[in-house]
Design a protein around this ligand. Structure first.
Ligand code: SF4
Ligand code: SF4
Length: 334
């Protein structure tokens, strides 16, 4: 990943400690979902379909902190729903930073102008703004006009105030190599985003739009063409080189979803934040009571088209740390 050096060293040290302790399964980053409610209703979203009684719930800050402490992950990605709708989101972020966790706050950015004063720049904190394409494409993806301009404006304001800003872009089968290139060029060159995360959309069973998810072959072709001509090297992508190889079809891995587990209002989601085969009370229980061999492409039909980072980025990171050559390549930025 093209993360700052200090952060890379912390994560490297964490991985080494797990190895020395003989731990086989441990979390790299937690997907923390302290609420499911959102102020948008994207057609590809699998989170906002919960009943109203669930959508109105907010996770208490202490519950979230206890879960993060128990699992020990060095990084936390706060998602939802829209986390900025949580009344104590600033308190949660501040408490995590106090515990020296690297926090990514995933947001559609609409509430940033109203909430920005509650946050302060920190090397432990980054905004992760959801941008699925240029204006027309993004507004269509979030099913609302004007959201792209508002998100771009919010990003510029965060940058002006000294925050680290990352983005999160999901691609569907309506994308072409050129739409991928256009949006990543814009984020990289025009907006000057610190690091960009990309993902092929996962076919959530509950998402209203089931027609536009990418298959594995389509995903590989899309990224292979988009990455060509030096683009991949030029873009500041927030992924390990091996995960980018995986997206292009140059490498393949087994799913290691326990490396990016999800903790929500219901508990630790089994096996990952994309699928729910029940919940565990603790991360330890999740790891020990899940049949991990039953999941992944070729094992569970629901995983057939999944190339999501929550299943395969940890696999790529573990493969990187197991190889001196790959570690040096990752340090050089791929
Ligand atoms: S912004 Fe995110 S959480 Fe909200 S509806 Fe869209 S995909 Fe779902
Ligand atoms: S392949 Fe892994 S990450 Fe993807 S849906 Fe299946 S269990 Fe989840």
């Amino acid at each position: 990943m093209t993360m700052p050096v200090r952060q890379s060293l912390r994560i490297g040290g964490y991985l080494l400690r797990q190895k020395l302790a003989g731990r086989e399964k441990f979390p790299l980053i937690v997907e923390l979902e302290p609420l499911f409610a959102c102020n948008l209703a994207c057609a590809g979203c699998g989170k906002i379909q919960h009943p109203a009684s669930v959508l109105k719930q907010r996770m208490p800050v202490q519950q979230a902190l206890d879960a993060i402490e128990e699992c020990g992950a060095p990084m936390v990605s706060i998602a939802g729903g829209e986390p900025l709708m949580h009344p104590e989101i600033d308190v949660l972020v501040a408490e995590l930073i106090k515990r020296r966790k690297y926090v990514f706050l995933c947001t559609n950015a609409l509430l940033i102008p109203r909430k920005l004063d509650k946050f302060a720049p920190s090397r432990y904190f980054a905004w992760a703004v959801h941008i699925d394409g240029l204006k027309e494409r993004h507004d269509a993806s979030v099913c609302k006009d004007g959201v792209f301009e508002q998100a771009a404006g919010a990003i510029r304001e965060c940058q002006r105030r000294g925050f680290r800003v990352t983005t999160n872009t999901t691609f569907f089968n309506t994308d072409t190599p050129q739409t991928v290139i256009d949006v990543l060029n814009y984020l990289n060159d025009d907006l000057g985003i610190d690091e960009m995360q990309i993902s092929p959309a996962y076919a959530y069973e509950k998402a209203p739009d089931q027609e536009h998810f990418l298959g594995v072959t389509e995903t590989r072709e899309l990224f292979r063409k988009a990455f060509a001509g030096g683009n991949r090297r030029r873009w500041r992508l927030n992924h390990s080189p091996l995960f980018l190889d995986f997206l292009e079809g140059k490498a393949d891995f087994s799913c290691t979803a326990w490396g990016i587990p999800s903790y929500s209002l219901f508990g630790w989601q089994r096996p990952c934040y994309l699928m729910s085969d029940g919940y565990a009370k603790t991360y330890r229980e999740l790891v020990e009571t899940t049949d991990w061999e039953a999941y992944g492409r070729g094992r569970d039909p629901r995983c057939a088209n999944c190339m999501a980072h929550c299943g395969y980025e940890p696999s790529a990171v573990f493969a990187t740390t197991a190889s001196l050559r790959e570690s040096l390549r990752a340090l050089r930025g791929g």
